[in-house]
Design a protein around this ligand. Structure first.
Ligand code: G6P
Length: 615
């Protein structure tokens, strides 16, 4: 949520900042801006809306620039203050000499603002961020030391921040500080970077130093200094980033979302790699650091997550209870943190997050840790804050996901849950050996089955075209695919802005049925051989009787449903228990093609951000 990049070095500063912001655009796109130290001045350029507007603006004003050697940039996802030019970052102090960009929320900004106004500061925006600029400028006026000014100021900030600061009188120095919002320093030769996330810098360097809370980085082109807020020097480890710049290219696909959907077979192979060597042998999940004896006695798991990760967690609950007989609660992180939970030292708490930076989930995890629970994190970002809080960590290895709507990370989370559930079942000896063997066999075949779906998407495209003019959709399912219905509906909402809601099929008659008529398509997910197949069929009949248009998502062997349904989407035959890993693919594609037919901005849907770092 919001993206920051800072650079000082020998390259063209404007290009580095704009490239960095382009790679961070998934974090927000309400406005964008950069500040450059050029010609002994701080020059600020901002634009409303997407980054392209800023690029055009800078192109027009290029002649104003002499030779900038350092700069900071920001893309915004609005929290305090509407998306407007005046609220866009960077923000400066009254005289314009000190400039900041900021991610996060400053909770005590109103008090600070009042205090600074009394001191004569002139505020221009409605943002909490502008307060930081005035506060730091006030501190700088006392000490004439930028690093000290930042140190003194951050001690007064309450809330969350990743902040980057420059001052006209301190050439080519960028100071960064963080608390509860991610920030890292990229180390180069004769150049250094600072950013809120790795994609901003991977085209230039693979060496990164991650800042922890209450740490401050001072970078020049030849030096990186990290201190705590009292100025004590810290010797931090330089890590090598696992990402390749090619991950940020569309590789010929029209959108990142489509590319990422197509990556799913390889993502699953990656997740399974090294975990199942032999279908007769056990699942190798050394990542789970809990003692086997403790796992054997474990009788309660809580899974916390948001958005798409929450839907993966629902599948996780189903299979852990089914395979291992352990009771599992699933809860949205934003709900978990505001109630008295029964979490204690005998609870295994699993946090699921693509980004590993979702503020609600981080807070929930911290609360669980305070209650001495063992915390297992399933994330696509082993370099994230959440991963750092983990007692056990399962990295899902889906590679960088650029499209705001999560696809391949969801499948990777599902597969990780299957592995975990089988691992628990093996330890607790709750599943029959032949059943486990068949399950592993089928799991290994999943990538090929997804390839089969992806090799011919014309039916899904035709269905999307037929249904793209409808304003409302209902998705129904029962059992393990209920999460698929929620996730399919969420994908459609996110990228096409069509009102789509998932319901347990049995609940349709308890209210939602009142909405049904010919304007409301109902998509039913039903797997032949599944425990609730017949029931879902009956629920679909009930919808048909109310004139709803019906779409079925079923498997190839289901030959008897063409009469009832207006449109049938098929996946290769699969057992119901593993089917969520396949049903998600046509649902992702259906949402994708509907949004595409409607001309929506598929990769960057309005109002959304990929990583939500505010509660
Ligand atoms: C945002 C994104 C969603 C994502 C959710 C949880 O709302 O737009 O796509 O599912 O955050 O993110 P996480 O990184 O924790 O999985």
């Amino acid at each position: 949520m919001c993206g920051i990049v800072g650079y000082t070095g020998y390259r063209d500063v404007v290009s580095v900042l704009l490239k960095g912001l382009t790679n961070l655009e998934y974090r927000g796109y309400d406005s964008a801006g950069i500040a450059l130290r050029d010609d002994n001045r701080i020059k600020v350029y901002k634009s409303l809306g997407k980054l392209i507007n800023l690029k055009n603006e800078i192109e027009e004003k290029k002649h104003e620039l002499k030779h900038p050697t350092s700069g900071i940039g920001h893309i915004r996802w609005a929290t305090h203050g509407a998306p407007s030019l005046v609220n866009a970052h960077p923000h400066t102090c009254t005289c314009g000499n000190l400039v900041v960009v900021h991610n996060g929320i400053i909770e005590n900004y109103k008090e600070l603002r009042e205090e600074l106004i009394k001191k004569g500061c002139k505020f221009r925006s409605e943002t909490d961020t502008e307060t930081i600029a005035h506060l730091m400028a006030d501190e700088y006026s006392k000490t004439k030391d930028l690093e000290k000014a930042v140190r003194n100021s951050v001690k007064r900030l309450q809330g969350a921040y990743a902040v980057c600061v420059m001052h006209k009188d301190v050439p080519d120095v960028i100071v960064g500080a963080r608390k509860h919002a991610p920030m890292l320093v990229g180390a180069g030769e004769g150049e250094n970077f600072i950013a809120s996330d790795t994609p901003a810098i991977i085209e230039y360097t693979k060496k990164a130093i991650y800042l922890d809370d209450n740490e401050i980085a001072v970078i020049t082109k030849d030096n990186i200094k990290i201190t705590d807020t009292d100025g004590n020097i810290l010797h931090k480890k330089t890590e090598i980033l696992p990402w390749e710049p090619v991950a940020l290219s569309k590789l010929g696909f029209k959108h990142f979302m489509l590319k990422e959907i197509h990556e799913q077979p390889d993502v699953i192979r990656n997740v399974l790699n090294g975990k199942i060597y032999d279908i007769d042998g056990p699942v190798i999940l050394n990542e789970v650091k809990l003692d086997k004896e403790i796992l054997k006695k474990l009788n309660k798991i809580e899974i916390i997550a948001c958005g798409t990760s929450l839907h993966a967690a629902m599948v996780g609950k189903y299979i852990i209870e089914d395979f291992a007989g352990i009771s599992v609660e699933v809860e949205a992180s934003s709900e978990y943190i505001y109630r008295k939970t029964t979490t204690d030292s005998s609870t295994l708490v699993i946090g699921v997050s693509q980004s590993g930076e979702t503020a609600d989930t981080i807070t929930a995890i911290k609360q669980a840790k305070e209650k001495n629970a063992h915390v297992l994190i399933i994330t696509n970002r082993p370099d994230s804050n959440m991963a750092r809080l983990a007692d056990s960590l399962i990295p899902v290895n889906a590679g960088i996901e650029v499209s705001v709507a999560a696809t391949k990370s969801y499948t990777a989370q599902l597969i990780s849950f299957y592995l975990l559930a089988m691992h628990l079942a093996e330890i607790k000896e709750t599943l029959d050996k032949t059943y486990l063997k068949n399950l592993k066999h089928e799991l290994i075949q999943l990538p090929t089955k997804i390839e089969e779906i992806l090799s011919n998407t014309s039916g899904i495209q035709e269905c999307a075209r037929k249904f793209s003019s409808y304003k409302n959709f209902i998705y129904i399912a029962r059992g393990i695919n209920l999460a698929s219905a929620y996730e399919g509906a969420l994908k459609l909402k996110e990228i096409s802005y069509i009102n789509a809601t998932g319901y347990p099929a049995g609940e349709l008659k308890h209210g939602p049925i009142a909405m049904l008529d010919e304007t409301m398509p109902v998509l039913s997910i039903l797997i032949p051989g599944g425990i609730s197949y017949d029931k879902i069929l009956s629920n679909s009949e009930e919808a048909k009787a109310r004139n709803a248009k019906l779409i079925a998502l079923t498997s190839s062997c289901d030959k008897n449903i063409d009469m009832l349904f207006d449109y049938v989407l098929r996946i290769p035959d699969i057992s119901e228990i593993l089917s969520p890993a396949l049903t998600c693919v046509p649902l992702q594609l259906l949402a994708y093609y509907i949004a595409e037919f409607l001309g929506k901005d598929v990769d960057q849907p309005r109002n959304l951000a990929k990583s939500v770092t505010v509660e």
